[in-house]
Design a protein around this ligand. Structure first.
Ligand code: PGA
Length: 252
């Protein structure tokens, strides 16, 4: 099965609108000759429309980092899937561990957010991962299986045709610690067979599974060499376009 490699940058709470446009513009320049991989950046919601405009007619796509599951209403401080789509996003990160850890995101809200995203025509990137403690207690698969099955429980095969899954061990995010090649290989293989059990072989074969957690130019090639790794979700190392391009062009 030919899955198009996908490298995504998560800019978290970094960069003003102007700084975001500057970095995005530089990244687009560096990607001008790119056919593969597919590239996406997720700036803050405030920068999103500016970045989307700056990236029009370039190979670099835009995503958002979070959404509210309601369409509209009295939800001070929140933004809806429709607003994100109208601002020019194609993708949406859902269930990032920082949202689960600091903002009370649960599998239940993740599921509702995926539904809202799909209804608005956004492609969800469902983020899952175990904490250090959960890994040490040998609960990694238990945790991941629950996050995937609860997050996706309301959906049918057709709805999930554009789903992207991102495995990000919490202990590897922003810590400089990367999961070992063996750990990543095992988990990604497990996740693909989980998708097959829950949905179908075809969906499992088609779904891109990204790895995230301290991905950098030095380790991306080995990670991308793993059979079931179809891309990377990159935080810190995506903030500088001239650094990020070395991840994007991991094959050169
Ligand atoms: P990191 O973040 O690359 O800085 O570890 C990854 C992420 O949180 O998506």
């Amino acid at each position: 099965m030919n899955r198009r490699p996908f490298i995504a940058g998560n800019w978290k709470m970094h960069k003003t609108g102007q700084q975001a446009v500057q970095t995005a513009t530089r990244l687009a320049e560096l990607c001008s000759d790119l056919t593969d991989p597919e590239v996406m950046i997720a700036p803050t919601s405030l920068s999103l429309p500016l970045v989307a405009k700056a990236l029009e007619n370039t190979p670099v796509k835009v995503g958002a980092q979070n959404l509210h599951f309601e369409k509209q209403g009295a939800f001070t401080g929140e933004i809806s899937a429709e607003m994100i789509k109208a601002a020019g996003a194609e993708y949406i990160l859902i269930g990032h561990s920082e949202r689960r850890q600091y903002f009370g995101e649960t599998d239940e809200s993740v599921c509702k957010k995926i539904k809202a995203a799909l209804e608005a025509g956004l492609k969800p990137v469902l983020c899952i991962g175990e904490t250090q403690e959960q890994r040490e207690e040998k609960n990694t698969y238990l945790v991941l299986d629950k996050q995937v099955s609860n997050g996706l429980k309301r959906f049918g095969l057709e709805e999930l045709s554009d789903l992207v899954l991102a495995y990000e061990p919490v202990w590897a995010i922003g810590t400089g610690l990367t999961a070992s090649i063996e750990q990543v290989a095992q988990v990604h293989k497990h996740l693909r067979s989980l998708l097959e059990d829950l949905f179908s072989k075809d969906l499992a074969d088609r779904t891109r599974i990204l790895y995230g957690g301290s991905v950098k130019p030095e380790n991306v090639k080995d990670l991308m060499g793993i059979e079931d790794v179809d891309g990377a979700l990159v935080g810190g190392a995506s903030l500088d376009a001239d650094n990020f391009i070395n991840i994007i062009k991991y094959n050169e």
